[in-house]
Design a protein around this ligand. Structure first.
Ligand SMILES: [Zn+2]
Length: 124
């Protein structure tokens, strides 16, 4: 049910309850204020969603900048070199990849939780 339908329903309930026309008119004015406010809030939500999308794109870009590509996958720099596990280059949010088989050093391949894989090609 839309906000305007809800407002009409409230006025109808007021009429059915036997409230005077003055009270119902006042209720109608207050409900118009509420629906206007709701319209403004919906507009604000749309603006925030657009802003959120832009910020996510910026974050994605800055995360990508922090990576170094090596062997077809992404590696994150640390003070001493690189993190032990690489990140998936194909997934947009770049999840960490695990070595396969597990506990095998060096692994035969790197596996992303979404099914992407890359053969082990050394470390950067
Ligand atoms: Zn992936």
């Amino acid at each position: 049910m839309s906000a305007i339908d809800t407002a009409k329903e409230i006025v109808r309930i007021g009429s059915a309850a036997g409230l005077s026309k003055d009270v119902i008119d006042l209720m109608e004015k207050k409900l118009v204020l509420l629906t206007d406010e709701l319209t403004n809030l919906n507009r604000r939500i749309v603006q925030l969603e657009v802003e959120n999308g832009q910020l996510r794109a910026q974050l994605h870009h800055s995360q990508k900048v922090g990576f170094q590509e090596f062997g077809g996958i992404l590696w994150k720099r640390t003070a001493e070199g690189f993190e032990p596990n690489p990140y998936c280059k194909e997934c947009t949010h770049h999840p960490v990849m695990c070595g396969e088989p597990p506990d095998f050093e060096p692994p035969l391949l790197w596996q992303c939780p979404h099914g992407h894989s890359a053969p082990f090609a050394g470390r950067p």
